[in-house]
Design a protein around this ligand. Structure first.
Ligand SMILES: Nc1nc2c(c(=O)[nH]1)N[C@H]1C(S)=C(S)[C@@H](COP(=O)(O)OP(=O)(O)OC[C@H]3O[C@@H](n4cnc5c(=O)[nH]c(N)nc54)[C@H](O)[C@@H]3O)O[C@H]1N2
Ligand SMILES: Nc1nc2c(c(=O)[nH]1)N[C@H]1C(S)=C(S)[C@@H](COP(=O)(O)OP(=O)(O)OC[C@H]3O[C@@H](n4cnc5c(=O)[nH]c(N)nc54)[C@H](O)[C@@H]3O)O[C@H]1N2
Ligand SMILES: [Mo]
Length: 762
């Protein structure tokens, strides 16, 4: 049975067509593609109805990325091409009913591609895979809940269960889920953030005392210098381009630091400005720094070193008042940079001194500086140190906690940040446990739970575990696919609360359940009437989201109702006092409980509902740094760069334009000029020649780690403008190459952007 997509159905690459990468994002093609996806999938009525309510005040929050909505006026179509694809995928008119599972065995479904899975439509009723069975069969909700309760209560220890969360769960669902898990008796709450911005959260917490960004949309519009680092907003945060365009029009300079020249940062044609739909565009990045993969830490140290040299030679490059009043650790940082030679730094980032000088000059001459970053920084062994080295530059310049300046980790999933605020984390601080205990009369476990990588290792090593997932696609999103597959197969039971079919439903424990739930776009009616939920975006704004269209099936339950159904049965035998029924019937009671447990949620029911929501407090924005020293901490980190060994290449795994994480909407990557195929390797033409390879060769890709070798087969080579020694492939296909133990120091985020590989021609 296949745990990785497509390997058993090798394409012959007939559909692959390669053209030059685009020179802008957005414009008419984005409008066309958005409409084609929406109308093609949902049928005109359902899609239109959903899209006109998307990101409107009083409407529902886009289930795609976490970029905030504008504070003031919103246009009728406040969404992007990829938001429309996400909504189209959720509001599709196609349905998976029990007959589908009777027709297709689990093994047969596992051999289909991820694209095919998404095309089958919405899941509509609870399904059970019994031990030894080849097909899923229908089960009632009641029986499903009791089934889970029996399995969980049979475990010798609550720590034998693992409860994963993906970042689409609402605050209400997330809060109840972690409450249930802690009342059950474990902190095993891994989440998608473990694979995503965990490195940012940890680095920022150590440096500035809060694991979140410090800027607003308004700050971005006011900035003089914006660094966009390791991020591809044209595809992954398209609405960010509107903000960058506004900043640019006000005179900001934009610098992209990225091995690839991503089209979205070259120029942007606003799909809602008539002149720009017709071909006009705003050039965005003024400078493209073509950094070698994983060279960023060296670049940030080099810029820091240069800024300190400039100060020494008499130029006032440092904000001494800020440094004296608000920071700690400058001398250690300076000593550490003094002991690293220019030669070492330049060699490690692969850039000329002139590039470092230019960036240092830009940073030294501006005060309102914002750094935005995403997975290009977080998914490396040195990710935490790299982000701290970037933060150091802001501390040198005092570019934090003032208008137009600060740090902006751009979040992925639409509510990943809110889920963390709600306690989806394997080790919450003591005050949180105390507050939960006071509110609910439970005993919270204090021992840290398992993160994603630890959970996989644990399931692999110990059979008989129960794995439950609130959303997501754990098998395909986590590293080392074959290893993770055997870990999941080792479980007694795997349970997935999902909207769409995915590979994690097909590579299962001895027994498996699929529990189909409502999506964001759908009306949620409970005993007390119509319900809304709330989410927190990338900039700490909490706001409401109200489903608008009829559910895909009358049998669907909301995530909240599913959690309440399971929790009440599981905890009944433990004599818990929590009244799950009242939470299920009226979500305002969940918000009232959140208000009493989590700071910043005072008057939650009213404030979240007000148009546009409200900002959560963030002390670092006011230059109050709740770190161990009560100051913002400079970090003196050793340089620790991953370089490809001789004969090898450094692989980054990235997203195409037609996917949302493991959900594949289509086979194109339009802005990079790729059509019809995902099994490709982007390779520098000089490397290609040197390795004796040619542009349509088909290769197997081998990865190497501490003597272990992993392989994935059948990929076509595509010559591309990528630095020498670096290659790129799409995730999730390439995840089978990511070693389980290759992760960021400290955060344990899989280092899925710097993997040692070799290409072998077939
Ligand atoms: N349409 C759509 N939207 C999405 C998603 C999606 O899959 N589809 N996913 C959502 C999620 S969960 C997330 S986390 C975000 C992800 O958003 P991104 O982080 O933009 O996603 P990636 O495709 O992983 O792109 C990483 C970028 O980093 C660059 N990069 C790789 N290695 C390095 C490096 O060593 N240094 C530097 N400087 N750059 C590097 C790559 O060239 C690429 O441009 O998007 C969110 N939004
Ligand atoms: N190699 C490599 N691996 C990576 C990454 C990478 O860049 N490279 N990126 C990592 C990142 S940043 C992330 S965030 C993770 C993503 O990891 P996950 O969050 O686990 O994966 P997704 O693909 O977003 O999950 C998709 C599934 O969620 C379900 N779903 C969709 N909407 C809803 C909903 O409203 N409710 C519920 N209950 N279910 C829903 C659907 O069934 C769908 O199949 O992957 C990580 N993995
Ligand atoms: Mo993510």
């Amino acid at each position: 049975m296949s745990s990785t997509p497509n390997e058993n159905t090798p394409e012959r690459f007939e559909k692959l067509s390669v053209s030059s990468p685009a020179d802008k994002a957005g414009g008419a093609s984005a409008v066309y593609h958005a409409m084609r996806h929406a109308i093609g999938k949902a049928g005109v009525g359902r899609a239109k109805e959903a899209l006109t309510k998307l990101n409107q005040k009083g409407g529902f929050d886009c289930p795609s990325c976490a970029w905030p909505d504008p504070d003031g006026h919103r246009s009728t179509f406040e969404f992007c091409e990829n938001g429309a694809k996400a909504v189209a995928s959720e509001t599709t008119a196609k349905r998976i009913k029990s007959a589908f599972f009777a027709k297709h065995s689990v093994a047969e479904l596992a051999d289909k591609s991820d694209f095919w899975h998404d095309q089958q439509g919405r899941l509509t009723e609870p399904m059970l895979l019994r031990e030894g069975a080849k097909h899923y069969e229908p089960i009632s909700w009641d029986d499903a809940f009791q089934f889970i309760a029996n399995e969980l209560n049979d475990l010798a220890d609550p720590d034998e269960a693992i409860f994963y969360t993906s970042g689409r769960a609402s605050n209400e669902a997330a809060f109840l889920y972690q409450l249930f898990v802690r009342a059950f008796g474990t902190n095993n709450l891994p989440d998608c953030s473990n694979m995503c911005h965990e490195s940012s959260g940890l680095a920022l917490k150590q440096s500035i005392g809060v694991g979140k960004g410090t800027v607003t949309l308004e700050d971005l519009r006011e900035a003089e210098l914006i660094l966009v680092i390791g991020q591809n907003p044209g595809t992954n945060h398209p609405r960010m381009l509107t903000t960058l365009q506004q900043a640019k029009e006000k005179g900001a300079r934009i610098v992209s630091i990225n091995p690839l020249r991503e089209a979205g940062l070259v120029a942007f044609g606003h799909p809602q400005r008539v002149s720009q739909v017709l071909g006009g565009k705003t050039p965005l990045a003024d400078t493209f720094v073509r950094i070698r993969t994983n060279g960023d830490q060296a670049l940030f140290q080099a810029i820091g070193k240069r800024l300190l040299e400039m100060e020494k030679s008499g130029r006032e490059t440092l904000d001494c008042d800020f440094i004296n009043e608000h920071t700690a650790g400058l001398s250690e940082y300076r000593d550490s940079l003094n002991s690293t030679s220019w030669e070492t730094l330049l060699d490690a980032c692969g850039l000329e001194m002139s590039v470092v000088n230019e960036l240092a000059e830009a940073i030294a001459s501006k005060k309102r500086i914002i750094s935005c970053w995403a997975m290009g920084l977080t998914q490396h062994r040195n990710a935490v140190a790299t982000i701290r080295d970037l933060t150091n530059l802001h501390l040198l310049r005092g570019a934090i906690g003032i208008k137009g300046a600060g740090l902006c980790p751009v979040r992925g999933h639409s509510n990943v940040q809110g889920d963390r605020t709600m306690g989806i984390f394997e080790h919450m601080p003591e005050w949180f446990y105390n507050a939960l205990e006071k509110e609910f009369g439970i005993d919270c476990p204090r021992e840290a739970g398992l993160n994603a990588v630890q959970a996989i290792r644990h399931m692999k090593a110990h059979s008989g575990r129960v794995f439950m997932a609130l959303g997501g696609n754990f098998l395909s999103a986590t590293p080392d696919t074959e290893y993770t597959a055997s870990a999941l197969r080792n479980c007694r039971l795997t349970v997935h609360v999902s909207t769409k079919l995915n590979r994690s439903h097909l590579v299962t424990g001895k027994q498996a359940l699929i529990l189909p739930c409502l999506g964001r776009s759908e009306k949620d009616i409970q005993a007390s009437g119509s319900q809304w939920v709330s989410v927190e975006n990338s900039m700490g704004i909490v706001h409401s989201s109200s489903g608008q269209i009829e559910p895909a099936s009358p049998l669907l339950k909301s995530e909240v109702a599913i959690i309440c159904g399971i929790a009440s049965r599981v905890l009944k035998v433990k004599g818990s006092e929590i009244d799950w029924g009242q939470f299920e019937s009226d979500y305002s009671r969940i918000r009232s409980a959140i208000e009493r447990v989590v700071p910043g949620f005072e008057n939650y029911n009213t404030r979240a509902k007000q148009p546009g929501g409200y900002y959560l407090p963030n002390l670092a924005k006011d230059r109050r740094f709740e770190t161990d020293t009560k100051k913002a901490n400079f970090a003196a980190s050793d340089l620790d760069i991953e370089r490809a060994e001789a004969g090898r290449l450094l692989l980054m795994t990235i997203r195409s334009h037609d996917q949302f994480n493991t959900t594949v909407y289509g086979m194109d990557d339009r802005y990079r000029g790729i059509k019809g195929e995902r099994r490709i390797v982007f390779l520098n033409p000089d490397d290609m020649q040197q390795l004796g390879l040619a542009s349509d060769d088909v290769v197997d890709v081998h990865s190497f780690f501490r003597g272990e070798v992993r392989v994935t087969r059948l990929y076509r080579l595509v010559p591309y403008d990528i630095p020498e020694g670096c290659v790129a492939m799409y995730f999730p296909e390439a995840n089978s190459l990511v070693p389980i133990d290759h992760f960021a120091r400290g955060s344990e985020t899989p280092a899925s952007k710097s993997i040692q590989v070799e290409l072998r021609k077939r």
